[in-house]
Design a protein around this ligand. Structure first.
Ligand SMILES: [Zn+2]
Ligand SMILES: [Zn+2]
Length: 722
């Protein structure tokens, strides 16, 4: 009889033993479906030695595996990566494995899926709901559930439209092969510097061994063209290349750039895919047929059959850190994947993270520098507007020098970008009569006004409500006022000042799909936009040659809040958004509105003194024992009942480990004391780099009885301290 140990796709359990039915083979890594109580659950066959033995089960009590799924087994190096990720981030291995084997892995790629699309015929009976649904669906296609989500209606409405003949069924095959990228399709003309860097990267791919290369090039230096040469080298030798991007919104423009270089679009992987697209992509990746994959961080764990290269673009971006479920950092795990699979990993950035630069200094990463912009373009001129000397008019947000600079660009037909990292119209609604502030009922957070959709919204839990007419506290009429600006309010000011200007607001509210992002790029490239007003979504990736002015509306915004990376993040964000200016023939100008022009980060930006800034920041971090020179971990205990959360946090605090160099802060209410209706208490651990934080935490949380109503989130190397 053959036994198989199976790691199931559940966070709740370790591996379990099963019987492999006669006549079936289930070697290590095999993807299987197994019985768990009355349920069917996916998993993978795993080494016996990996997680310690489960309770022994006699041969006669073993249950049969239901099925060995006909897909390639999870390769050994990827199994090691799952174990490492689980161990390092203290996450259940089954939860990590779920990222390798999403639902798409278990769907038969040969079986077609039925999708629906509009026929153009209107149903005999129109309702307002049907009208809106058909409008939202437009030319798109999807399953009933996907179209219902897209149109924000129930499945029943979609089915009704099918019956009425307004939507028709289309059979979609999920195993259609992808076109093959051609490395020789359109190689770019590289500058001498680019060619030298590309040569180094190509050699690293050819060497086919683990190495981390930091591709460090100023904005507009043509990093993408350079790392595309490494991708070409990987594809030439039959390998696969993975490019990780920090935002879904960046995938669409990237697909277009890749198509221009390789003759066809690469395979995309992100949460915005339809289920047919996911299924097709997963199977092509596992077979090795998807040669180039461009995706969000979840693409990192997929089971590539012949991975030859990983590129992490905009590698400094903190959105590579996942903040729920498995709290992993995709940049760091990418490097580990390179180590397990013996392949090069390229981290590309114009403003590398201090962590990456410290690795260069320690001799662990190779540093490849592109010091100049491509094609003779010059770096933009940065200057600060001191808001204490040059304040905006009352009730306005743009200072006179910035308004003048915008006015200059319009008659010349040049484009401008105003950057403010705040969605919506106003971050706070306040009662003029009693001072009441409108808060989210589920979170310790203010409701943000979104005037375009006439809603107040909580950016933490998604709670929305119509803006009240009466103050909910004193019931005074029309006493509520918007405080502070968001991008929508800046757009209003621009419209008042420059009624002739054509504007585009760019936030996750307006660019919520890759298609919307593509629309935006087309509009700007086609000269249909004069002034872009955007959040951090516009700070990176875009290349608009006719954009010559960048205005940073509130450079001080990111400095509040006491985050240990606040200065670094501010520097990166402003340097990145500044990098959007003057990428073509015309030089760029950047105006930074600040109340603290003398702060080191502002002075360094204006003086274009990156080295000086990083050196000072590194020295301060070293002094404080902060990352990358020390380590943090956070434990957040949450419960719907405040007393339950507080009680567990206190018991944990009483049993806190005592060790040399280890400091524990708390328990204390987390800065976001309530989130999605759960009360939160936090313990923060601080230790030297060499300290075994994971070991200490594992021991510690094991010594407590956890009530069912309390939940623990462990965040190793946290990036968010709320
Ligand atoms: Zn009031
Ligand atoms: Zn909320």
């Amino acid at each position: 009889m053959t036994r198989a140990r199976v790691l199931l796709l559940t966070a709740a359990l370790g591996p379990l033993d099963y019987r492999v039915p006669q006549g079936t083979e289930a070697p290590l890594g095999s993807v299987v479906v197994a019985p768990l109580g009355p349920r069917r659950m996916g998993g993978a066959v795993w080494e016996d030695a990996s997680f310690g033995a489960p309770d022994p089960v006699g041969d006669n009590r073993l249950r049969n595996l239901y099925e060995v799924v006909p897909v390639p087994p999870v390769p050994a190096p990827l199994r090691r990566l799952v174990e490492w990720t689980s161990d390092y981030y203290l996450a259940p291995p089954g939860a990590v494995l779920r990222m390798v084997l999403p639902g798409a892995a278990f769907a038969d790629a040969r079986r077609p899926i039925i999708e629906y699309r509009a026929t153009g015929a209107l149903p005999p009976r129109m309702t307002p709901q049907r009208t809106v649904a058909l409008e939202k669906i437009g030319g798109r296609q999807g399953t009933v559930r996907e179209l219902a989500a897209l149109a924000e209606v129930s499945d029943g409405v979609i089915r009704g439209l099918v019956q009425a003949g307004a939507l028709e069924a289309v059979s979609v095959s999920a195993d259609t092969p992808y076109p093959e990228p051609d490395p020789a399709f359109a190689p770019p003309a590289l500058s001498a510097e680019q060619a030298a860097a590309a040569g180094e990267l190509r050699d690293a791919v050819a060497a086919a061994r683990f190495e981390t290369l930091l591709l460090d090039g100023v904005t507009g230096s043509g990093k993408t063209e350079v790392y595309m040469e490494a991708i070409a080298a990987a594809v030439e030798t039959g390998g696969q290349a993975l490019v990780l991007l920090p935002e879904i919104a960046l995938t669409e423009p990237m697909l277009t750039r890749f198509a221009a270089r390789f003759g066809c679009e690469p395979v995309a992987w992100h949460s915005g895919l339809r289920s047919t697209e996911r299924r097709r992509a997963w199977h092509a990746i596992a077979r090795g047929d998807a040669k180039i994959v461009v995706g969000a961080r979840s693409a990192l764990f997929l089971p590539y059959a012949r991975l030859g290269l990983i590129v992490v673009d905009e590698a400094h971006e903190t959105s590579f850190k996942q903040e729920d479920g498995v709290h992993y950092h995709a940049r760091d795990v990418a490097v580990m994947r390179g180590a397990f699979e013996k392949l090069p990993v390229i981290l590309a950035s114009a403003t590398p993270a201090l962590e990456s630069l410290a690795q260069v200094e320690a001799g662990r990463y190779r540093h490849i520098v592109l010091p100049a912009r491509y094609g003779g373009a010059t770096l933009p001129d940065l200057s600060a507007i001191d808001m204490r000397i040059d304040p905006p008019d009352r009730g306005r947000w743009l200072a006179p020098p910035l308004v003048d600079a915008l006015g200059d660009r319009l008659p010349k037909g040049e484009q401008s970008l105003l950057f403010l990292n705040r969605r919506g119209f106003a971050p706070l609604t306040l009662c003029r009569t009693c001072g009441h502030r409108i808060q989210c009922p589920n979170c310790t957070a203010w409701m943000v006004e979104h005037r375009l959709v006439h809603r107040l919204a909580c950016h933490h839990c998604g709670h929305v409500m119509p803006p009240p007419r009466l103050c909910p506290e004193c019931e005074d009429e029309d006493s509520l006022v918007a405080c502070g600006p968001g991008v929508e309010r800046i757009a209003d000011e621009v419209a008042e000042r420059f009624p002739e200007a054509r504007t585009a607001i760019v936030t996750s509210d307006t660019l919520w799909s890759p298609a919307k992002a593509a629309e935006f790029v087309d509009a700007v490239e086609g000269g249909l936009v004069d002034i872009i007003i955007g959040t951090q979504l516009v700070t990176k990736g875009y290349h608009f040659p006719n954009l010559t002015l960048v205005g940073v509306v509130d450079a001080d915004l990111g400095l509040d809040g006491g985050d240990l990376r606040a200065s670094e993040r501010t520097f990166q964000q402003i340097a990145q958004v500044a990098g959007r200016a003057g990428r073509g023939v015309k030089p760029g100008e950047v105006l930074i509105q600040t109340r603290v022009p003398d702060a080191p980060v502002m002075a360094a930006l204006v003086a274009n003194d990156r080295e000086g800034f990083y050196a000072a920041e590194a020295a301060a971090r070293r002094q404080a024992g902060a990352p990358p020179y020390g380590r943090f971990a956070a434990l957040v205990i949450s419960s719907e009942e405040m007393e339950v959360a507080r009680g567990v946090a206190q018991r944990l605090g009483e049993k806190a480990p005592v060790a040399d160099g280890l400091a524990i802060y708390g328990p204390a209410p987390a800065p976001l004391a309530m989130l999605r209706g759960r009360h939160r208490f936090r313990l923060l651990l601080h230790a030297p780099r060499s300290f075994d934080l994971q070991g200490a935490i594992r021991d510690w949380v094991g010594r407590i009885d956890w009530p069912a109503k309390a939940r623990l989130a462990i965040d190793i190397d946290p990036y968010s301290f709320v």
